[in-house]
Design a protein around this ligand. Structure first.
Ligand code: HEM
Length: 353
């Protein structure tokens, strides 16, 4: 009996895995639905019916709370680094649903703030649980604990500055988002691939400088930090043991971030949106998704990479002032990408434990 509790039967583990995979697929489909709804409304094809900023907040928070972090939690658990207990995951799920409902209806109202506070507590617990990785200088997860703390420390200042100095608050938001995506989600994805990094304390400092260059402090020194960090991510492309399209997508991400850091691509909203969506929809999801769902064939993944590039490239063109036709192209490609990931995520879960 005691053994059965310590080691739940395989069928029980499998049904838990299936539940997690289904929940993740639902959150991903919800994120896509909100994103596509915004895109169609931008083209004037459907009414939005709600405030644009509320839908945008619901979309980006569902993506972060409901897809990217739960996939990162899976990566931490599968690498034996840390696992939140089940009751905490249940509370995290309820809080995610509550905060997204809050963002959608009232924006940054009481419900969204209450739900987000519990979600942030879950992330901080994760940071604490991962502290034993801090000194492992080749482990991508060593970048995660301090990055969670650094990113969350922006939040009170964002709240304080939102009315007093909106432009400064936007720079803080960019830094916060950059830290979450580049210093927490990306290393978690790399850990799922079994990738190793070098000199992570120095790399972390470059990453911190790099995310500062995207928001709070654009300076040649911080840009240099982003160049180094972009190179570290891009070099994943040279690892022959990884799946081909996953490697290429990290390589393209490294080149894009490097171009942004060197000023070859202007740091304006359309290029940042293009970078965020490329990062999430190709390298991060391709690396993390196999923890929840069966991977697809190389040919199918290649189709995805082309479609994701067709989402990001028109946004990049907008950054250079070429607008004609770009909204239609990015929207069409977004439907392809959403269809692809719906197909991949509704497939059978991959139970690899
Ligand atoms: C193909 C599917 C998707 C579409 C069509 C889409 C569309 C959009 C749109 C229209 C915006 C607002 C753009 C603006 O303000 O001008 C946006 C912002 C954003 N999206 Fe997506 N998106 C998709 C997938 C995702 C996914 C999967 C995630 C994360 C898991 C994500 C994260 C974000 C973030 C972080 C922002 C920025 C929000 C902000 O600055 O407030 N998106 N997306």
């Amino acid at each position: 009996m005691a053994l059965a509790v310590l080691h739940p039967p395989r069928s029980c583990a499998a049904s838990n895995e299936r539940l997690v995979a289904r929940g993740l697929a639902l959150a991903l489909l919800g994120t896509f639905a909100l994103g596509l709804w915004m895109r169609l409304a931008m083209l004037g094809l459907v009414p939005l019916g709600l405030e644009f900023s509320h839908v945008r907040h619901a979309h980006s928070h569902l993506g972060a709370y409901g897809v990217l972090f739960p996939l990162a939690f899976l990566a931490w658990r599968r690498t034996g680094a840390f696992a939140l207990p089940r009751w905490a995951l249940a509370l995290y799920t309820v809080s995610t649903v509550a905060s997204v409902a809050g963002f959608l209806t009232r924006g940054y109202g009481a419900l969204a703030i209450a739900g987000s506070t519990v979600v942030a507590a879950g992330w901080l617990w994760g940071a604490w649980g991962l502290r034993h990785r801090l000194m492992r200088t080749t482990d991508p997860l060593s970048l995660v604990p301090l990055s969670i703390v650094a990113a969350l420390s922006c939040v009170p200042f964002i709240a304080l500055m939102l009315r007093k100095a909106p432009a400064f608050a936007q720079q803080l938001v960019a830094t916060f988002l950059g830290a979450l995506l580049l210093l927490v989600v990306a290393p978690s994805a790399l850990s799922a691939l079994g990738a190793r990094l070098r000199w992570t304390p120095a790399l972390w400092l470059c990453g911190v400088a790099g995310v500062a260059s995207l928001g709070l402090w654009e300076h040649p020194v911080t840009r240099a930090g982003l160049v180094v960090y972009a190179a570290a991510l891009g070099l994943v492309a040279l690892r022959p043991s990884l799946r081909l399209v996953t490697r290429w997508s990290w390589g393209l991400l490294g080149l894009g971030l490097g171009a942004l850091a060197l000023g070859l691509v202007p740091n304006v909203r359309p290029s940042v949106l293009g970078a965020i969506h490329f990062l999430v929809l190709a390298p991060v999801l391709l690396s993390l998704a196999p923890l929840a769902w069966e991977p697809r064939s190389t040919a199918a993944e290649l189709v995805l990479l082309v479609a994701v590039s067709a989402v990001a490239a028109p946004l990049l063109a907008q950054a250079f002032g070429h607008v004609a036709g770009t909204f239609a192209i990015t929207t069409t490609a977004s439907f392809l990408v959403a269809g692809w990931w719906s197909w991949a995520s509704l497939a059978s879960p991959s139970v690899s434990e």
